[in-house]
Every structure is written in C-alpha cells, then in structure tokens.
Write a protein that binds this ligand. Structure first.
Ligand SMILES: Cc1cc2nc3c(=O)[nH]c(=O)nc-3n(C[C@H](O)[C@H](O)[C@H](O)COP(=O)(O)OP(=O)(O)OC[C@H]3O[C@@H](n4cnc5c(N)ncnc54)[C@H](O)[C@@H]3O)c2cc1C
Length: 396
C-alpha cells in the first residue's frame, strides 16, 4: 500500500524529511514550495556533536563547508575548541535535494489552507493525502514569551586571503549594544568569509543599514579588502523564556502534523533547529520503514506533538538560562554569562549546543564565580516576566 505524503513548505525540516523518505517505495511524496527554490536564503550551521554519526552520514551531501575546531573570544577569555563545525548552504540544499526529488517538488506553489487529508492551493486546486506535514516555518505562536537572537550576515569576497583556518563562532570583544552582541565569522574559502553581526536582544527590530555598516566596519578592522558582497541573509530567531506548550500546540490540533519550528522543534537558547529537524526526519523514516508504515495524519500528528512536548520539558533548563541572560543581566553585561559559560569542559559545551545537557552540566553551568550578582539572578527566576507581544519571526 502506498502512503501519499504532502509536505507543505520545502524548507529545512520538510526538506530533510523528504530526503529521508524519498527512497521508500511505500511513500509517494509531493513537496509544495511557494518560492522558486528549496531552503530559502539560509546558511544552516551545526557542531559535529549535535548529530549522531548516522545523521552525519546522511547530512553530508548537503554540507558546503566543514572545519576541524573553532574559536571564541571575549574581553577576558579566549578559547580554541576541538569540536568540528559544519555549514549547509541553501544553494547546496536546493541542488542536492531538488536533484533527487525532481518533479516531486512543485515550486511557486503557495498553499492557502490545509487539513489532515487535503491541501488547498492558492489557485483553488485541491490535493488529497494520507499525511499532510505543515512545515511552513515561523508563524504566530500564542502562549510563548520570547526574546530574540537577530543577525545580519554577509558573504564577502576578499582581495587577499584572510588566513583563517577555522570559524570564530563568537567575537564578543566588540562594543556591546542592543543586548549581548558578537560577530560570527566562517571562512568558507581562502578569500571568502561569512561575517554575521549578531545580537541577543529584547526586541525583534533589525536596522538593516546599520548592521550592514557594522559588518563593513568589522571587516575593515580585520584588514579585509572586500571586492564583492556575494550574498546577504538576516534572521530573527525566537529565544524562549517561558510558555505554555498546551497553547502552543493544542491537543485539539494534534491530528494536523507540524514540522520544524512550526512544531516548536528548536533549541530554546540558540533558536537553531537543524539537530531537531534531523531527529524528526529520522523518526518519520523509521516509522515509514516499519510494518505499519507512516499511517495517516491522525497517527503522525500525535507522534510529532509528543516529541514537541518531550523536547519542551527537556529544555526547561535552557528557558531558565534565558531568563538569567535576559532578565537578570543588564544588556551590557550579558556577554559575561557567555564568557563564563565558555570556561566549561568541552563535552559540557557540546551537549549544550546539541540540546542534551545533563544534570551535571546544569550544575557546572550554574556554579563557579557568578558573572552577575546572585540575588539578582534569583530574583529573575522568581519574578513575573514583563509581558511583551511575542511574535517570533524571522526574515531571510
Ligand atoms: C538566516 C537564518 C539563518 C539560520 N541559521 C541557522 C543555523 O545556522 N543553524 C540552525 O540550526 N538554525 C538556523 N536558523 C534557524 C532555523 O533552523 C531555520 O529558521 C530553519 O530554516 C527553520 O526550518 P523550518 O523547516 O521550520 O522552516 P523554513 O526553513 O523557514 O521553511 C519553511 C518553508 O515553507 C515555505 N512556505 C511558507 N509558507 C508557505 C505556503 N503557504 N505554501 C507553500 N510554501 C510555504 C517557505 O517558503 C519555506 O521554504 C537560521 C534561520 C535563519 C532565518
């Protein structure tokens, strides 16, 4: 028996699911993407320890660049870490996935409405399916109290070689403004770098011209003569302080499967979602390969919702850290929390980024000479949060 699966949106989460399901003869796939390419305008990066060895094997075809080790630098700490770092570019994602899926992707196809067994396009055309996966990316989320990781990144071509051999994931030595601020530099080629000006901020506003000027200024201070700006991307990612998971994905909507950040599957402190997306793709591939197959939206939806609820519970510690970062620390002293964090043993750092911190890690993260006064830290955990109008959003 063939299971008809319609994936709404050809972004990161649905793309990885399609990649894992496409060779299963029992699955008939259709990806509906409103844009002309898969993956939008993103560079998705991750630590090699964020994913399993098996996931790394099947993610490899998407990887555009990888490095053995990375560095971070703060006013009072400089650290070289051994963990590998990798980047998937949307171009490579589109070329690799699109090449395999062929006419199973419909580009320029916007979905107007969807239900458990049907999808209606903007044109009025209706597609029937056994499983509909809603991976349309960010949308309005009730019941969530967030702050933001926001950034503007530019791929720059330089006249001379930059000499960098590994990523500088955080340069926190720059002037602190609009929250915790750092610059992220990935050396994609000998004369190509991605430079991102990044803020852990209370507001989602992105002053694009100002951030462009900051990137140019940073490149100039590093002595880079820029010959061309190859590509630019912006992001405003949600950093979760608190929320009600039953409102975010109500039980009554369990039969309508969501994926990716729409399913709440992202790291609550970094806003990143690649490891979560890989984990969900694996789970659905295993289910599709089982004797019962994928089933219908009525079976797949509750399974993904349970995954969301489990990951929500498991991330309670990260939400608490976010409150320390955003409520206890003044904006100009937030960098100290990250600087303090990077004193920790590398496995603790790695498990944090993978979203798999243990009790021992939590203890290590919270102990040591506190970067902010303890009474203020405790108060931030107890006092009611000032409500904002939380609209996790991003632009690309
Ligand atoms: C610039 C940027 C950089 C990021 N970098 C990283 C990173 O380095 N590492 C990391 O782990 N995370 C990163 N993230 C965070 C997160 O992983 C991404 O936002 C990720 O792309 C989310 O995946 P998704 O599949 O949920 O949504 P998306 O990848 O946004 O995919 C949604 C897709 O649905 C399509 N769509 C929307 N509405 C419709 C409709 N009505 N009909 C048809 N199609 C529709 C969109 O065009 C899009 O292609 C980044 C985010 C941004 C914005």
């Amino acid at each position: 028996m063939t299971t008809r699966v319609v994936l709404v949106g050809g972004g990161l989460a649905n793309g990885l699911i399609a990649w894992r399901l496409q060779s299963n003869p029992g699955v008939e796939l259709t990806v509906l993407e409103r844009e002309a390419t898969l993956g939008g305008n993103h560079t998705w990066s991750f630590h090699d320890t964020d994913v399993s060895e098996d996931q790394m094997r099947w993610l490899r075809p998407f990887v555009a660049a990888s490095w053995a080790g990375h560095d971070v630098v703060f006013p009072e700490r400089r650290r070289s870490l051994e963990g590998g770092y990798l980047s998937i570019t949307a171009e490579q994602f589109h070329a690799t996935l699109g090449g395999v899926l062929g006419d199973r992707v419909r580009f320029g196809t916007a979905v107007r409405s969807l239900g458990p067994d049907r999808v209606e396009l903007d044109t009025g055309e209706v597609l029937q399916a056994d499983v509909v996966l809603d991976g349309r990316g960010p949308g309005p989320v009730p019941g969530l109290e967030v702050r933001y990781q926001k950034f503007l990144g530019q791929f720059l071509e330089l006249r001379e070689e930059h000499g960098l051999t590994r990523p500088l994931l955080m340069d926190g030595t720059i002037p602190q403004q609009d929250g915790y601020r750092f610059v992220y530099t990935l050396p994609f080629g000998p004369r190509t770098v991605l430079i991102e000006d990044t803020y852990y901020s209370d507001t989602p506003d992105l002053d694009v011209p100002a951030l462009r000027a900051e990137v140019s200024g940073y490149a100039a201070r590093r002595g880079y003569a820029v010959t061309r700006m190859l590509r630019e991307e912006t992001g405003v990612l949600p950093i979760v302080l608190a929320g009600d998971p039953q409102r975010i994905w109500p039980a009554a909507e369990a039969g309508l499967p969501r994926t990716g950040i729409r399913a709440g599957l992202f790291h609550h402190t970094t806003g990143y979602s690649l490891p979560e997306a890989a984990g969900l793709a694996d789970e659905l591939a295993r289910l599709a390969a089982s004797p019962g197959g994928l089933g219908t939206s009525a079976t797949v939806g509750p399974l993904i919702r349970r995954r969301f609820l489990r990951r929500w519970r498991q991330q309670a510690f990260y939400r608490m850290l976010n409150r320390l970062l955003f409520v206890a620390a003044r904006p100009d002293e937030r960098y100290r929390i990250m600087q303090h964090f990077y004193r920790l043993p590398e496995p603790t750092v790695a498990r944090f980024y993978a979203g798999r911190s243990t009790f021992g890690d939590a203890f290590r993260i919270l102990t040591g000479k506190p970067p902010i006064p303890i009474p203020r830290a405790l108060w931030s955990l107890l006092k009611p949060l000032p409500r904002t109008t939380p609209q996790p959003k991003e632009s690309a």
